[in-house]
Design a protein around this ligand. Sequence first.
Ligand SMILES: Cc1cc2nc3c(=O)[nH]c(=O)nc-3n(C[C@H](O)[C@H](O)[C@H](O)COP(=O)(O)OP(=O)(O)OC[C@H]3O[C@@H](n4cnc5c(N)ncnc54)[C@H](O)[C@@H]3O)c2cc1C
Length: 332
Amino acid sequence: MAAAVEPHSSLYDTIVVGAGIQGSFTAYHLAKRGGETLLLDQFPLPHSRGSSHGQSRIIRRAYPQEHYAQMMAESYRLWEQLEAEAGASLYRQTGLLVLGANANPEFQRCCRTLVKHNVPGELFTTESLHRRFPGIQPYHGEVGVSDHTAGVLSADRALRAVQTLRINVCYWKEKVPGAYGVSANFPCFLALCAPHHIYGLPSNEYPGLVKICYHSGSPADPEERDRPPEASALPDIQILQDFVSKYLPGLVPEPAVVEHCMYTNTPDEDFVLDRHPKFSNIIIGAGFSGHGFKLAPVVGKLLCQLSVGEEPSYAMEPFRIHRFPGLPAPAL
Ligand SMILES: Cc1cc2nc3c(=O)[nH]c(=O)nc-3n(C[C@H](O)[C@H](O)[C@H](O)COP(=O)(O)OP(=O)(O)OC[C@H]3O[C@@H](n4cnc5c(N)ncnc54)[C@H](O)[C@@H]3O)c2cc1C
């Protein structure tokens, strides 16, 4: 567990609100530069009421968007650096298979970024897919591409590692007013039995089980997330079961464990990393849309750079708040 401390100063250079993986990495980068940094959370840590808890998260370089593919090269290096600093193993290489229709533009973009960034992997036709992975039944004639560098991050251990290094973690007993940190308004269902990303994942935590995530689901109120799922949740589980029956016929489709998890999705599923439009001393990191964990080391660095007024290391256009011109003022 992270070392929780009472605030030792009444004056900090930076206060980070939200001790999920993004806030924790932001505080880590700020503290590394020697600034007085305070990391606040509304709940005692660790907790399971945000998006960063759990045993595993996928890390991959297979991204259709060039901006994430670029950031992933550095993210892998920073994860390695954290492993060395914390003396902990946080990443296990398993490889990953992306399935899609050959004509699907997203699938094609993914193949192009893998080639462009020299990521080792292979292309599979429908036939060679089934030969190599007999447990996978390409249902609509999908083809595949693999990313050999992909694997699994130990989420809880990674969060603990980054929080333990160099940071004053302080638990705030109440919500920081006006801060809608990062906990989410879209749930995702996680069942242990991967829609279009299939990972070599029979996992340590549940030997013999395969983890399958449905990156969508019925909207939920983050304040009410402990309420039992309503009837509307059932079709979401049914979607997962149908997926397993069709694509992975060797698995028992009924989930052994079902967890209701929170995502914060933006309309285009790109992150928001920007300065507050009115208050220039507030930097916002939000909307990690169910794929932010692997990129947290770089996200933290960018939020740190924005907050100290440095030129960010990457082009920030995809992450600007102003790409949503209709955003109501109260949302900020
Ligand atoms: C089931 C699941 C599977 C996922 N799989 C992957 C994957 O395979 N690969 C991948 O890269 N990503 C994955 N993701 C996404 C990734 O985990 C998230 O993008 C990431 O954890 C978001 O981190 P965060 O710090 O923004 O949010 P959180 O972890 O939710 O942290 C926000 C923190 O802010 C605190 N907070 C909020 N409001 C306030 C307030 N007003 N005052 C004080 N504190 C406040 C909360 O208590 C919380 O601790 C997955 C997510 C889920 C849920």
